[in-house]
Design a protein around this ligand. Structure first.
Ligand code: P6P
Length: 331
């Protein structure tokens, strides 16, 4: 059967459905090429001295792994000359990176977590790149951090690459969720699943249960009911998975359903959660909703949140609609 390549998929979204402008197609193809480069570096691991600490901290005060720094540089270098971007923002950089004046600027803003789940790098567990695309507000020539602060509903595309047994690219341009598998021999991305769908109900949940004593009452109640299983109020048994790599957990949920939770907790009461709104929660929320699921921060739809800071954190409850609605209703 003739497979559809990423390029053909995007050209058809552009030409046949008029869904995306050529500039956005070019941007997504460049991001896919950068993810391919990152996949090769991740795959080399210890053989190319890619593992371990970079010896620096990022703006969040988190120690950076070598691959965090490499992935960030690969995405910056790949995207600065194309002419389709006005600026980029990354978990690894305090402020947005403007396109150098020697290159033309475009109408899009790219945000990314270059390598999410980096605590898993040195133990060879799946990690990934998460990205989100916004439009520059019209009439703005010099982008600032303020211009990035748009609600998740303003995203024109979002996606992730997961560097696992296979390297996959999962993306949406607002017309369903498509999954592409990297053919390492030819370097091509081939459509291997279109219109991914999250089952409305599930028996699988994902949360870091070691934080249970720090959870707020609604989360404690919801999880206790899942743990009570068949004899409890839910009347069925549940299974648990926690990869501690959001991309891996979200990909599992997009593939077979489930609910992923990273609630705020009492360890840092001034923080609304651990995950970042702009380049973790929002891109994943766009994908999840496009696949028939739901994503909230415990009280409201994630995509409706009006951002105040580029690196702001948020609580995340995403996945099978029935479960997200239930745990949200307990708040
Ligand atoms: P914990 C990875 O560091 C990450 O940002 C997400 O990918 C993941 O879901 C979460 O943090 C894991 O957090 O507290 O379980 O290590």
């Amino acid at each position: 059967m003739k497979r559809v390549s990423l390029t053909q998929y995007l050209i058809e979204k552009q030409r046949d459905k008029g869904l995306i402008p050529g500039e956005l197609r070019l941007l997504l193809e460049v991001v896919a090429r950068a993810c391919k480069r990152i996949s090769y570096s991740v795959g080399k691991g210890a053989l190319a001295d890619m593992l371990g600490e970079a010896g620096s901290d990022n703006v969040q005060g988190e120690s950076q792994k070598k691959l965090d720094v490499i992935a960030n540089e690969v995405l910056l270098e790949a995207n600065e000359w194309g002419g389709h971007l006005a600026a980029m923002a990354s978990e690894e950089m305090d402020h947005p990176s403007l396109i150098p004046n020697r290159y033309p600027k475009g109408e899009f803003l790219l945000l990314f977590d270059p390598l999410d789940g980096s605590s898993n790098i040195d133990v060879n567990v799946s990690i990934g790149t998460i990205f989100s695309v916004l439009r520059m507000p019209s009439g703005v020539t010099e982008p600032t951090e303020q211009h990035f602060l748009q609600p998740g509903t303003a995203q024109v595309a979002s996606g992730y690459a997961v560097y696992g047994p296979s390297t996959l690219l999962v993306l949406t341009v607002g017309d369903g969720v498509a999954c592409f598998t990297l053919d390492r021999e030819t370097g091509s991305w081939w459509l291997t699943q279109d219109r991914m769908h999250i089952p409305v109900s599930t028996k699988e949940f994902a949360i870091n249960a070691s934080n249970a004593r720090h959870w707020e009452p609604p989360v404690k109640r919801y999880i206790d009911e899942l743990l009570a299983g068949k004899e409890g109020p839910r009347g069925k048994d549940f299974n648990m998975r926690w990869v501690a790599s959001m991309v891996a957990d979200v990909h599992r949920i997009l593939t077979r359903g489930g609910v992923f939770m990273y609630p705020r907790d009492a360890r840092e009461p001034d923080k609304p959660g651990k995950l970042r709104l702009m380049y973790e929660a929002n891109p994943m929320a766009f994908l999840v909703e496009q696949a028939g699921g739901a994503c909230t921060n415990g009280s409201m739809r994630t995509l409706d949140i009006t951002p105040e800071k580029l690196h702001q954190r948020v609580a995340v409850f995403l996945g099978s609609k029935e479960e997200v609605e239930r745990v949200t209703s307990y708040h």
